[in-house]
Design a protein around this ligand. Structure first.
Ligand code: FE
Length: 210
């Protein structure tokens, strides 16, 4: 007992620091909400659908009557909030991505995507700003690290176009878009795909200047 205070700090200082720590933490949480960073935008890329698919709900693994059974199924969910942290009511979130073979439903990609993969989905956020998609963990294709394209709309206004990346994917560092992002932007658009009770799950909190 009476252990020597670590790092040679007088014991009183250590005690004071322990008392002060929660206050500092609360202080950080209570900082002006405007300090929230807007999710950085990224290029739309060439494969936003020319025609929206007839089935464009939030389940990309079921296209019409077809079920997509390739790839790693994943839930991708999140929120849309404004810079004050308030849910952005009425917002719509769209995602689009390539199938497990790296193909988009797009003439620019030869319309080669698997017919069972919906490839695009749109959902209105809930009262609390939440949204959710059923899709696959994104895969790499010609020169790109795995990513999911994301758009946020409010009515006809496009508030944000960005891309979501997989934390820890070895392709990220080689990706010409990802590697040129400042660290804070990388952190904002790169999220883990982790095993949870419902399978693979990724959570993407989106912040927009409304
Ligand atoms: Fe893409």
């Amino acid at each position: 007992m009476n252990a020597t205070p670590e790092h040679g700090l007088p014991r009183r200082t250590v005690a004071a620091a322990l008392v002060a720590a929660p206050a500092l933490w609360l202080g950080a949480r209570a900082q002006p909400a405007a300090a929230r960073l807007a999710t950085p935008s990224q290029t739309e890329g060439p494969f936003y659908p020319v025609r929206l698919p007839q089935d464009s709900d939030n389940d990309l693994l079921r296209n019409g009557t077809l079920n997509y059974r390739r790839g790693q199924p994943a839930w991708v969910d999140g929120t849309v909030t404004d810079l004050d942290g308030k849910p952005l009511r009425g917002a719509q979130v769209e995602i689009w991505q390539c199938d497990e073979n790296g193909h988009y439903h797009h003439p620019g990609d030869g319309d080669r995507a698997d017919a069972a993969f919906q490839g695009f989905g749109r959902v209105a956020v809930g009262e609390d700003g939440s949204w959710r998609f059923r899709t696959i963990r994104p895969v790499a294709y010609s020169g790109r690290t795995p990513h999911i394209h994301v758009k946020v709309k409010l009515g006809t206004r496009e508030l944000l176009t960005t891309q979501l990346y997989v934390a820890g994917d070895p392709g990220n560092a080689r990706d010409f878009l990802w590697r040129n992002l400042p660290q804070a932007a990388k952190d904002a658009v790169t999220v883990p795909f982790e095993r949870g009770p419902d399978g693979l799950q990724a959570r993407f909190p989106i912040v927009v200047a409304a």
